[in-house]
Design a protein around this ligand. Structure first.
Ligand SMILES: *Cc1c(COP(=O)(O)O)cnc(C)c1O
Length: 487
């Protein structure tokens, strides 16, 4: 049965407001520096928000990875950590948490999500294999391709629409799946990968109905299903909100139902349980044995997998907390509030609100900046300059060049503003909304960017850019006219 409730609460005015259902007991001072210092900081950081120092950042919305707030119980659990190379009691507590929450018996610990992807890819993918999935994630794609696999994204027509009211844009297109299996043959498909709360298309969930349809096909052809459960809590929350059959089902039962439809489950604890680390789990001893010996080779012994015992303890507690609706609804409630507010004001954002952050459509926001001049990167830099808030570019800068050195233009140009769990308050959210509205009114002042230093791989992390004109100075001048000395 359902317990607790969502942290969005109906006010007397009729408005639905996200309320922080926790109290703040440890705080960290933030700095909102004057705009000239912010301009200097982004210049120094090569107009790449990854290269900013957090002392220059007010609201850090780069990512939810490893930045969720920990609970008192998580911190307390770290004190009982059992330091041991082998057989640590901390590991057994984590193993039990995974068994209880995901309903999977065999557990392998790894140091973070991409480490699970490395082990799974090495164990199951052969040269020339094909992996169907609802959408890729950057590290997933890199590991699978490095092991000789080719990935196919078989999302539905709804997935890449910016404005949509479809509740499950993360669904996998089952017709395309059948066609792909017929074309390549089941022997070349080691598994079908489903990613919960599809990260790169805006934290969009799939339904259990869709999972059941995928499973029906998978069973028919004898193909495994792999679940990337890094963002499973939010996906489960959306199922409880949006899928009729599960309206009165607890988050725990939804999580177990989701995992029960998959053969192999892996996750990044940096997301799912507000700590570090990760894991792989399955109910098949045979599948477990295929991966087991790779863990000591790449990660560490089977009872720590590259994590500290303290992290393992906090991960166990964090997994149980993910089953609490008031905890898991925190981020989605705040994200819905900001997305609905911006949408109402005509600012182009991905709808419906997803589980990871607010995603602004930079091509809609800056239609005058061509994709070759990186609208999402330019918007990220502009928002930082005028607000001190940093988001992440998810567009062509995060893509690659083709053989001739031309940019492969991304499907979407997004500025992602991540909402880590239980970190930001409503007044901070209101500040962000206000500054985005101002920027939208002054959007004509924002220009594009061009690379000055471009790494050959994963260029979005370390690449350095510069504005194509003096637009940043003009933007700062206008800001000062409107806000005076105010930050
Ligand atoms: C973050 C993430 C990963 C990778 O996890 P890390 O812990 O950052 O290595 C994999 N899949 C998804 C969906 C993610 O969001």
């Amino acid at each position: 049965m359902k317990q607790n409730g969502s942290s969005t609460i109906k006010f007397f005015s009729g408005e639905q407001i996200p309320v922080e259902l926790h109290k703040v007991r440890i705080v960290q001072k933030l700095f909102l520096k004057p705009i000239d210092e912010r301009l200097a900081a982004i210049n120094k950081g090569g107009f790449n928000t990854f290269l900013l120092n957090t002392k220059d950042v007010f609201l850090d919305m780069l990512t939810d990875s490893g930045t969720n707030a920990m609970s008192d119980n998580q911190l307390a659990s770290m004190m009982q950590a059992d330091d041991a190379y082998a057989g640590s009691q901390s590991f057994y507590r984590m193993e039990k948490a995974i068994q209880d929450v995901f309903g999977k018996e065999f557990v392998l610990p790894v140091h973070q999500g991409r480490a699970a992807e490395n082990i799974i890819s090495k164990a199951f993918i052969k040269e020339g294999d094909v992996i169907p999935m609802n959408y890729h994630f950057t590290t997933t794609k890199a590991h699978m391709e490095m092991n000789g696999g080719k990935i196919f994204e078989i999302y539905t027509d709804e997935a890449l629409k910016i404005k949509s009211s479809h509740p499950f844009k993360g669904n996998l297109d089952v017709k395309k799946l059948v066609a792909l299996i017929k074309e390549y043959g089941k022997e070349h498909i080691p598994f079908i990968r489903l990613e919960a709360s599809t990260n790169l298309i805006g934290g969009q969930p799939f339904s259990i109905q869709n999972m059941r349809e995928v499973k029906k096909v998978a069973d028919e052809y004898g193909i495994l299903i792999l679940l990337d459960a890094s963002l499973i809590g939010e996906n489960a929350y959306f199922i409880s909100q949006r899928e009729e059959e599960f309206k009165n089902t607890s988050i725990l039962d939804i999580l177990r139902t989701m995992c029960g439809l998959c053969d192999l489950v892996y996750f990044s604890s940096r997301k799912v349980s507000s700590t570090r680390g990760g894991g792989i789990c399955t109910n098949s001893r045979e599948l477990y044995l295929k991966m087991r010996d790779l863990v000591p080779l790449f990660e560490g012994f089977l009872t720590y997998g590259g994590m500290s015992v303290r992290e393992i303890e906090a991960m166990a507690v964090g997994l149980y907390e993910t089953t609490d609706e008031t905890v898991i609804s925190q981020s989605p409630s705040f994200i819905k509030y900001i997305v609905d507010n911006l949408d109402k004001n005509g600012i182009p954002v991905i709808t419906p609100a997803g589980g990871l952050g607010c995603h602004i459509d930079a091509m809609g926001f800056l239609p005058h900046v061509k994709q070759e001049e990186y609208p999402a990167g330019a918007l990220a830099a502009a928002l930082y300059i005028i607000s001190g808030c940093r988001g992440m570019e998810r567009g062509t800068i995060s893509s690659v060049r083709d053989k001739d050195g031309k940019d492969i233009l991304a499907d979407m140009e997004l500025l992602r503003l991540a909402f880590p769990r239980r970190v930001f308050t409503l007044s901070q959210t209101l500040f962000l909304i206000d500054r985005i509205k101002w920027l939208y009114q002054n959007r004509d002042l924002v220009g594009g960017l061009t690379f000055v230093e471009e790494p050959a791989v994963l260029r979005f992390f370390m690449g350095r850019l510069k504005p194509v004109s003096n637009w940043t100075e003009i933007l700062v001048k206008k800001f000062k006219e409107d806000f005076g000395d105010s930050l």
